[in-house]
Design a protein around this ligand. Sequence first.
Ligand code: NAP
Length: 256
Amino acid sequence: MQSLQQKVAIVTGASSGIGRAAARLFASEGARVVLGARRRPELDRVVADIEAAGGEAIAVAGDVQDEAHAKALVDTAVGRFGGLDIAFNNAGTMGRMASTSELSREDWTQVIDTNLTGAFLGARHQVPALLERGGGSLIFTSSFVGYTVGIPGVAAYAASKAGLIGLAKTLAVEHGAQGLRANAILPGGADTPMNMVNAPDATQEVRDFVEGLHALKRIASPEEIARAALYLASDASSFVSGSAMLVDGGLSVSRT
Ligand code: NAP
């Protein structure tokens, strides 16, 4: 039996990495999925993959900083698929790396607006639709960065990711009595374009260093993080709410 049968999900950041893997996985588990991101051709490719595998998906291109996009994602879920049960607010950006005193206000705002305000705007429009169907699951992609670990040069990223945990906890208590669950996933390093191991100038030394930070001595595939999102999306996690769930390969407890 598929774990998301009859469910409708929004996945943001679905054009790449963790979001793309989650969109495919949710669809393979029976969900009808609304995919969001800015790059339309990439989204269309993911929709085509899902349809080729027998699933149902639709792409809505836009920027999470734009409230009209947040509304369009929900309107599409309701208008095309009849409602909303799951929202994986996953889109994110690292921003320019620079020590905090050298970050400009624009650097700061761009990251906060995308990672934190974008998720807030998403949730703002998703909550009424989720409640309409009796609750559902809100999931935010936070990070180990800003929670268990500080990393030099990424103040705005760390602050945005820590902020998402506060957002998830608040939503969990605001709407728990109505059956809505809200949680944050805190991935460790994942093998996606965002990770520094995939930067154009990254060396084997960089990869070894990043992998070595994790107790498991490797980074995650996007699919491994997507499986954690599936857990939080599905009834398997029916009593999990307000959690900050580390999916970090033991990075946060590793000292070797
Ligand atoms: P990725 O492959 O670079 O994916 C980032 C996604 O976010 C893309 O689909 C991108 O789509 C979308 N996005 C970025 N800015 C956007 C905007 N303004 N509006 C709409 N969509 C936007 O990286 P990823 O690793 O899968 O990242 C997914 C999430 O995981 C992020 O929140 C990231 O912070 C978090 N995370 C990643 C790691 C890691 O090591 N990779 C670790 C911890 C947490 P478009 O460019 O098409 O808009």
